[in-house]
Design a protein around this ligand. Structure first.
Ligand code: C2E
Ligand code: MG
Ligand code: MG
Ligand code: MG
Length: 289
Protein backbone atom coordinates (compact mmCIF):
# COMPACT_ATOMS: atom_id res chain seq x y z
CA UNK A 1 0.00 0.00 0.00
CA UNK A 2 0.85 3.65 -0.32
CA UNK A 3 1.93 4.11 3.26
CA UNK A 4 4.40 1.24 3.11
CA UNK A 5 5.73 2.51 -0.19
CA UNK A 6 6.24 5.94 1.32
CA UNK A 7 8.08 4.42 4.22
CA UNK A 8 10.35 2.42 1.89
CA UNK A 9 11.02 5.52 -0.13
CA UNK A 10 11.97 7.52 2.91
CA UNK A 11 14.21 4.74 4.09
CA UNK A 12 15.89 4.70 0.69
CA UNK A 13 16.54 8.44 0.81
CA UNK A 14 17.89 8.23 4.35
CA UNK A 15 20.25 5.48 3.30
CA UNK A 16 21.39 7.54 0.33
CA UNK A 17 22.04 10.62 2.47
CA UNK A 18 23.94 8.45 4.94
CA UNK A 19 26.04 6.97 2.12
CA UNK A 20 26.83 10.40 0.65
CA UNK A 21 27.89 11.69 4.03
CA UNK A 22 30.19 8.70 4.54
CA UNK A 23 31.71 9.14 1.09
CA UNK A 24 32.28 12.86 1.80
CA UNK A 25 33.93 12.15 5.13
CA UNK A 26 36.12 9.53 3.52
CA UNK A 27 37.17 11.81 0.65
CA UNK A 28 37.86 14.64 3.08
CA UNK A 29 40.19 12.37 5.04
CA UNK A 30 42.14 11.29 1.95
CA UNK A 31 42.16 14.81 0.53
CA UNK A 32 44.12 16.02 3.54
CA UNK A 33 47.09 13.88 2.57
CA UNK A 34 46.65 13.99 -1.21
CA UNK A 35 49.15 16.81 -1.77
CA UNK A 36 51.84 15.21 0.37
CA UNK A 37 51.24 11.86 -1.31
CA UNK A 38 51.58 13.40 -4.80
CA UNK A 39 48.13 12.25 -5.83
CA UNK A 40 47.36 15.33 -7.95
CA UNK A 41 48.18 15.83 -11.58
CA UNK A 42 47.41 18.59 -14.04
CA UNK A 43 45.69 17.82 -17.31
CA UNK A 44 45.64 20.25 -20.22
CA UNK A 45 42.79 20.90 -22.60
CA UNK A 46 43.71 22.88 -25.74
CA UNK A 47 41.61 25.85 -26.80
CA UNK A 48 41.63 26.30 -30.56
CA UNK A 49 40.87 28.83 -33.23
CA UNK A 50 37.79 27.21 -34.86
CA UNK A 51 38.69 28.55 -38.31
CA UNK A 52 42.24 27.20 -38.46
CA UNK A 53 42.15 24.48 -35.75
CA UNK A 54 45.34 26.02 -34.35
CA UNK A 55 45.89 25.64 -30.61
CA UNK A 56 45.98 29.17 -29.20
CA UNK A 57 45.83 28.51 -25.46
CA UNK A 58 44.85 25.80 -22.96
CA UNK A 59 43.02 25.29 -19.69
CA UNK A 60 44.70 23.39 -16.87
CA UNK A 61 42.37 20.95 -15.12
CA UNK A 62 43.15 19.25 -11.84
CA UNK A 63 43.05 15.46 -11.55
CA UNK A 64 43.09 13.46 -8.31
CA UNK A 65 44.21 9.87 -8.60
CA UNK A 66 43.54 8.07 -5.35
CA UNK A 67 44.12 4.33 -5.00
CA UNK A 68 44.51 4.10 -8.76
CA UNK A 69 41.10 5.66 -9.39
CA UNK A 70 40.31 9.09 -10.83
CA UNK A 71 38.02 11.15 -8.61
CA UNK A 72 36.19 13.89 -10.50
CA UNK A 73 36.90 17.53 -9.61
CA UNK A 74 33.15 18.05 -9.52
CA UNK A 75 33.17 15.69 -6.55
CA UNK A 76 36.35 16.71 -4.69
CA UNK A 77 36.59 20.48 -5.34
CA UNK A 78 33.47 21.19 -3.21
CA UNK A 79 34.99 19.12 -0.38
CA UNK A 80 38.29 20.96 -0.74
CA UNK A 81 36.36 24.23 -0.58
CA UNK A 82 34.37 23.31 2.52
CA UNK A 83 37.50 22.24 4.35
CA UNK A 84 39.66 25.15 3.22
CA UNK A 85 42.15 22.76 1.64
CA UNK A 86 41.41 24.47 -1.67
CA UNK A 87 43.83 27.26 -0.77
CA UNK A 88 46.91 25.00 -0.66
CA UNK A 89 45.62 22.98 -3.58
CA UNK A 90 45.10 26.16 -5.61
CA UNK A 91 48.67 27.26 -4.92
CA UNK A 92 49.94 23.85 -5.97
CA UNK A 93 48.00 24.14 -9.24
CA UNK A 94 49.43 27.61 -9.92
CA UNK A 95 52.97 26.44 -9.20
CA UNK A 96 52.57 23.48 -11.56
CA UNK A 97 51.07 25.69 -14.26
CA UNK A 98 53.92 28.18 -13.87
CA UNK A 99 56.46 25.35 -14.10
CA UNK A 100 54.81 24.28 -17.35
CA UNK A 101 54.86 27.81 -18.75
CA UNK A 102 58.58 28.09 -18.02
CA UNK A 103 59.29 24.70 -19.60
CA UNK A 104 57.29 25.66 -22.68
CA UNK A 105 59.08 29.02 -22.89
CA UNK A 106 62.41 27.20 -22.98
CA UNK A 107 61.15 25.17 -25.93
CA UNK A 108 59.73 28.29 -27.63
CA UNK A 109 56.30 26.72 -27.32
CA UNK A 110 54.66 28.94 -24.70
CA UNK A 111 50.96 29.71 -24.98
CA UNK A 112 48.66 31.27 -22.37
CA UNK A 113 47.29 28.87 -19.73
CA UNK A 114 43.94 29.31 -18.00
CA UNK A 115 43.81 28.40 -14.32
CA UNK A 116 40.61 27.88 -12.32
CA UNK A 117 40.38 29.83 -9.10
CA UNK A 118 37.87 28.96 -6.40
CA UNK A 119 35.73 31.76 -4.97
CA UNK A 120 36.88 30.58 -1.53
CA UNK A 121 40.40 31.77 -2.34
CA UNK A 122 39.12 35.36 -2.39
CA UNK A 123 36.81 34.92 0.56
CA UNK A 124 38.51 37.04 3.22
CA UNK A 125 40.92 39.98 3.26
CA UNK A 126 43.65 37.64 4.50
CA UNK A 127 43.09 35.19 1.65
CA UNK A 128 43.07 38.01 -0.89
CA UNK A 129 46.37 39.21 0.52
CA UNK A 130 47.74 35.68 0.38
CA UNK A 131 46.64 35.30 -3.22
CA UNK A 132 48.80 38.24 -4.28
CA UNK A 133 51.69 37.44 -1.95
CA UNK A 134 51.89 33.96 -3.48
CA UNK A 135 53.01 35.40 -6.82
CA UNK A 136 55.72 37.52 -5.20
CA UNK A 137 56.94 34.55 -3.16
CA UNK A 138 57.04 32.13 -6.08
CA UNK A 139 58.82 34.65 -8.28
CA UNK A 140 61.52 34.92 -5.62
CA UNK A 141 61.61 31.17 -5.05
CA UNK A 142 62.05 30.49 -8.77
CA UNK A 143 64.53 33.33 -9.11
CA UNK A 144 62.65 34.87 -12.01
CA UNK A 145 63.64 38.33 -13.21
CA UNK A 146 60.31 38.86 -14.77
CA UNK A 147 57.22 36.82 -14.14
CA UNK A 148 55.26 35.51 -17.14
CA UNK A 149 52.03 37.14 -15.98
CA UNK A 150 50.89 37.75 -19.54
CA UNK A 151 50.67 33.98 -20.09
CA UNK A 152 48.26 33.47 -17.19
CA UNK A 153 44.48 33.73 -17.33
CA UNK A 154 42.54 33.30 -14.09
CA UNK A 155 39.09 31.74 -14.41
CA UNK A 156 36.66 32.97 -11.80
CA UNK A 157 32.92 32.38 -11.51
CA UNK A 158 29.96 34.70 -11.32
CA UNK A 159 29.46 33.89 -7.65
CA UNK A 160 32.60 35.88 -6.92
CA UNK A 161 31.22 38.98 -8.56
CA UNK A 162 27.92 38.58 -6.75
CA UNK A 163 29.65 39.47 -3.53
CA UNK A 164 29.95 42.92 -5.07
CA UNK A 165 32.87 43.62 -2.84
CA UNK A 166 35.03 46.60 -3.37
CA UNK A 167 38.02 44.54 -2.22
CA UNK A 168 37.47 41.89 -4.88
CA UNK A 169 37.22 44.58 -7.49
CA UNK A 170 40.53 46.02 -6.28
CA UNK A 171 42.18 42.60 -6.23
CA UNK A 172 41.10 41.81 -9.79
CA UNK A 173 42.34 45.24 -10.85
CA UNK A 174 45.74 44.53 -9.30
CA UNK A 175 45.95 41.08 -10.93
CA UNK A 176 45.20 42.63 -14.32
CA UNK A 177 47.66 45.41 -13.65
CA UNK A 178 50.34 42.74 -13.29
CA UNK A 179 49.39 41.43 -16.72
CA UNK A 180 47.09 38.51 -15.98
CA UNK A 181 43.74 38.15 -17.71
CA UNK A 182 40.48 37.55 -15.86
CA UNK A 183 37.93 35.20 -17.39
CA UNK A 184 34.38 34.52 -16.20
CA UNK A 185 33.89 30.74 -16.31
CA UNK A 186 30.56 28.95 -16.84
CA UNK A 187 29.03 32.26 -17.89
CA UNK A 188 25.26 32.32 -17.67
CA UNK A 189 24.84 29.50 -15.16
CA UNK A 190 24.99 31.60 -12.01
CA UNK A 191 22.66 34.39 -11.12
CA UNK A 192 24.29 36.57 -13.72
CA UNK A 193 23.55 40.17 -13.80
CA UNK A 194 24.80 42.20 -16.68
CA UNK A 195 25.87 44.92 -14.31
CA UNK A 196 28.56 42.62 -12.88
CA UNK A 197 30.23 42.54 -16.24
CA UNK A 198 30.16 46.31 -16.51
CA UNK A 199 31.41 46.92 -12.99
CA UNK A 200 34.06 44.23 -12.65
CA UNK A 201 37.41 44.35 -14.39
CA UNK A 202 37.24 41.24 -16.57
CA UNK A 203 38.68 40.41 -20.00
CA UNK A 204 36.84 37.34 -21.15
CA UNK A 205 33.76 35.19 -20.72
CA UNK A 206 33.44 31.46 -21.29
CA UNK A 207 30.02 30.48 -22.56
CA UNK A 208 29.01 27.48 -20.48
CA UNK A 209 28.73 24.12 -22.16
CA UNK A 210 25.09 23.75 -21.12
CA UNK A 211 24.25 26.53 -23.61
CA UNK A 212 26.39 25.06 -26.36
CA UNK A 213 24.72 21.67 -25.91
CA UNK A 214 21.30 23.25 -26.48
CA UNK A 215 22.25 24.78 -29.84
CA UNK A 216 20.72 21.82 -31.65
CA UNK A 217 17.46 22.00 -29.73
CA UNK A 218 16.10 25.18 -31.21
CA UNK A 219 16.23 28.78 -32.26
CA UNK A 220 15.47 30.21 -28.82
CA UNK A 221 18.67 28.66 -27.47
CA UNK A 222 20.61 30.02 -30.42
CA UNK A 223 19.15 33.46 -29.79
CA UNK A 224 20.40 33.33 -26.22
CA UNK A 225 23.95 32.66 -27.36
CA UNK A 226 23.68 35.42 -29.95
CA UNK A 227 22.65 37.81 -27.20
CA UNK A 228 25.58 36.78 -24.99
CA UNK A 229 27.93 37.25 -27.94
CA UNK A 230 26.72 40.71 -28.90
CA UNK A 231 26.75 41.85 -25.30
CA UNK A 232 30.33 40.60 -24.88
CA UNK A 233 31.39 42.45 -27.99
CA UNK A 234 29.73 45.64 -26.80
CA UNK A 235 31.76 45.35 -23.58
CA UNK A 236 34.93 44.48 -25.49
CA UNK A 237 35.24 41.06 -23.83
CA UNK A 238 36.79 38.11 -25.63
CA UNK A 239 34.73 34.91 -25.86
CA UNK A 240 35.52 31.23 -25.44
CA UNK A 241 32.86 28.66 -26.33
CA UNK A 242 33.16 25.71 -23.96
CA UNK A 243 31.98 22.13 -24.49
CA UNK A 244 31.81 22.09 -28.28
CA UNK A 245 31.35 18.43 -29.18
CA UNK A 246 29.70 18.24 -32.60
CA UNK A 247 30.18 19.62 -36.10
CA UNK A 248 26.79 21.30 -35.92
CA UNK A 249 27.72 23.14 -32.72
CA UNK A 250 31.02 24.17 -34.28
CA UNK A 251 29.30 25.57 -37.39
CA UNK A 252 27.03 27.73 -35.29
CA UNK A 253 29.96 29.00 -33.20
CA UNK A 254 31.82 29.93 -36.39
CA UNK A 255 28.76 31.74 -37.71
CA UNK A 256 28.95 33.86 -34.56
CA UNK A 257 32.56 34.62 -35.42
CA UNK A 258 33.73 33.30 -32.05
CA UNK A 259 37.52 32.98 -32.17
CA UNK A 260 38.20 30.46 -29.39
CA UNK A 261 36.70 27.03 -28.83
CA UNK A 262 37.25 24.37 -26.19
CA UNK A 263 35.61 20.96 -26.38
CA UNK A 264 35.76 17.28 -27.17
CA UNK A 265 35.21 18.03 -30.86
CA UNK A 266 38.86 19.11 -30.95
CA UNK A 267 40.58 17.76 -27.85
CA UNK A 268 39.87 16.20 -24.48
CA UNK A 269 41.96 17.15 -21.45
CA UNK A 270 45.29 15.28 -21.61
CA UNK A 271 48.38 14.64 -19.49
CA UNK A 272 51.27 17.11 -19.69
CA UNK A 273 53.51 14.96 -21.85
CA UNK A 274 50.86 14.49 -24.53
CA UNK A 275 50.10 18.21 -24.43
CA UNK A 276 53.75 19.21 -24.84
CA UNK A 277 54.14 16.74 -27.73
CA UNK A 278 51.07 18.19 -29.40
CA UNK A 279 52.44 21.74 -29.18
CA UNK A 280 55.80 20.60 -30.52
CA UNK A 281 54.11 18.88 -33.45
CA UNK A 282 52.04 21.96 -34.20
CA UNK A 283 55.14 24.20 -34.14
CA UNK A 284 56.90 21.83 -36.50
CA UNK A 285 54.08 21.70 -39.02
CA UNK A 286 53.62 25.49 -39.05
CA UNK A 287 57.35 26.09 -39.53
CA UNK A 288 57.54 23.73 -42.50
CA UNK A 289 54.47 25.04 -44.32
P1 C2E B 1 35.40 24.12 -15.82
O1 C2E B 1 36.44 25.04 -15.32
O2 C2E B 1 34.19 24.70 -16.42
O3 C2E B 1 36.16 23.15 -16.84
C1 C2E B 1 35.59 22.61 -18.00
C2 C2E B 1 35.08 21.22 -17.76
O4 C2E B 1 34.37 20.79 -18.91
C3 C2E B 1 36.20 20.20 -17.55
O5 C2E B 1 35.72 19.20 -16.66
C4 C2E B 1 36.37 19.63 -18.95
O6 C2E B 1 36.94 18.33 -18.96
C5 C2E B 1 34.94 19.60 -19.41
N1 C2E B 1 34.80 19.63 -20.86
C6 C2E B 1 35.59 20.24 -21.77
N2 C2E B 1 35.13 20.07 -23.03
C7 C2E B 1 34.00 19.32 -22.92
C8 C2E B 1 33.07 18.81 -23.89
O7 C2E B 1 33.17 19.00 -25.10
N3 C2E B 1 32.02 18.10 -23.38
C9 C2E B 1 31.87 17.85 -22.05
N4 C2E B 1 30.81 17.13 -21.66
N5 C2E B 1 32.73 18.32 -21.12
C10 C2E B 1 33.78 19.06 -21.55
P2 C2E B 1 36.60 18.68 -15.43
O8 C2E B 1 38.04 18.61 -15.82
O9 C2E B 1 35.93 17.45 -14.91
O10 C2E B 1 36.46 19.83 -14.35
C11 C2E B 1 35.22 20.13 -13.77
C12 C2E B 1 35.27 21.41 -12.99
O11 C2E B 1 36.12 21.27 -11.84
C13 C2E B 1 35.86 22.59 -13.76
O12 C2E B 1 34.90 23.14 -14.63
C14 C2E B 1 36.24 23.51 -12.61
O13 C2E B 1 35.11 24.22 -12.15
C15 C2E B 1 36.67 22.52 -11.54
N6 C2E B 1 38.15 22.44 -11.56
C16 C2E B 1 38.97 21.69 -12.35
N7 C2E B 1 40.28 21.92 -12.05
C17 C2E B 1 40.28 22.86 -11.08
C18 C2E B 1 41.33 23.56 -10.36
O14 C2E B 1 42.53 23.38 -10.58
N8 C2E B 1 40.92 24.44 -9.39
C19 C2E B 1 39.60 24.70 -9.13
N9 C2E B 1 39.30 25.59 -8.18
N10 C2E B 1 38.61 24.10 -9.81
C20 C2E B 1 38.93 23.19 -10.77
MG1 MG C 1 37.36 26.59 -16.10
MG1 MG D 1 33.49 26.17 -17.52
MG1 MG E 1 32.90 24.88 -13.56
Amino acid sequence: NAKARGRNCLQFFNQQIQKDAERNAELHLYLKTALAQHEFELYYQPIVNPFTSQIIKAEVLLRWIHDGKFISPDEFIPIAEESGLIVQIGEWVRTQALTSILALQQRQLAIPLSINVSTIEFWTADLQQRFLAYFDAIQKQFGLDDFPYSLITLEITESLMMKQQKSINLLLTELRHRGMKISVDDFGTGYSSLSYLVNFPVDQIKIDKSFIQKITSGSRHKALIEAIVSMSRALDLSIVAEGVETQEELEFIKQQDIQAVQGYHFYRPMPQEAFFDLLAKQAQSTSTT
